[in-house]
Design a protein around this ligand. Sequence first.
Ligand SMILES: Cc1cc2nc3c(=O)[nH]c(=O)nc-3n(C[C@H](O)[C@H](O)[C@H](O)COP(=O)(O)O)c2cc1C
Length: 386
Amino acid sequence: MNLSCEYVGLKLKNPIVVASSGLTENLKNMKKAEEHGAACVVVKSLFEEEVCRVSPTPRFEIIERRMGKLRSHTFYSFEQASNFDEHRYFEEVRRAINTLSIPVIPSINCISDEGWKKYAKMAEEVGAPAVELNVSCPHGSISFRGGDVEEKILNVARIVRDVVKIPIIVKLPMQLSSPISMASMLERIGVNGVVMFNRLTGLDIDVENERPIMHGGYAGHGGPWSFNCVLRWIAASSPYLNISIAASGGVGSGIDVAKFIYAGADVVEVCSLVYISGYEVIGTLLEELKKFMEKKSYTSLDEFRGKVSGSKILNNEQVDRRHIYVAKIEPKLCTMCDLCRRVCIYDAPYRAEKTYVISDLCDGCGLCVKLCPTKAISLIPRGKTE
Ligand SMILES: Cc1cc2nc3c(=O)[nH]c(=O)nc-3n(C[C@H](O)[C@H](O)[C@H](O)COP(=O)(O)O)c2cc1C
């Protein structure tokens, strides 16, 4: 099984990159990522803004979200920049480059044109194989400051492209008017890759004390829920881009990694999952990916990269709109909990003697099938009674 791939001209042994974060803040942590199978690491971001170099404590929260009986969670955190100043930071990057056998990509986040130039040059001077421009940090980023975000990002890319020859990767925020046109414009400037995306900026309120939770401000807001938005943008943009694409957001399994490849990503940056499960989970991701590929008889990522992207995703005219299904309740499994009746906006389910039954009013929308706690409901072709 060949999991190798190429990212901004670098040959990687597999598509798993440990994303910029505390997981990669020093050589010790980067080593752990390598030992557990990561093919590349992006170092915790170096910020020009010195105040961001000390993160408050506590700085992590797992916020449970409830909607009816369904549960999800947000991994919420205020971990800002690397603790290091620029000299110590690039010293650590140099040590990591010299010690590890996988590519080590520094990440920079600046507030002045001079800062972007200086840090990008320092990255090149220590021998970094590429540099990631963090123009999207959820706390202290370009987008956080408002104004014309798109123009600011393009400006940063132009400035850095002018001063270094190494590959440049721009880590985009999701809040753009068009991520596809932004990535295309970056490609024209000479950027070599984009990361889609950084986390969003979020807020949660401690209602007892009537203040924002944790440190009292906004914070990074991510979690499994972000996966589908990222997947959509990768699938929509990959056919139009000739630069590398790293997917980042909400990966929880090897199947998620495969989905990003289907959408056209070259590599997958993973972060929150490793925070909440430990570095060992990188090995699990790789095993799950391999197992999936075996099942589908794929021997390389190229065989399915981009297979579900661009024009393979139906547009409004192409969608099949026939109403060919109706719901059917299996009497033996129905516990008469009443949920299907309560949620049906077509008033199709009704109570019979020993079970619920679906009437002709059923539209075949499928919601009751997904919500039924005992899986008593399925969709069958309309007109078929058995
Ligand atoms: C605790 C934490 C710290 C992070 N620090 C950085 C950072 O310094 N620079 C950066 O570009 N992204 C940073 N990120 C964003 C991640 O690199 C990643 O893009 C994002 O979390 C989405 O991936 P995930 O859903 O797998 O976590 C951080 C994320 C988390 C959770």
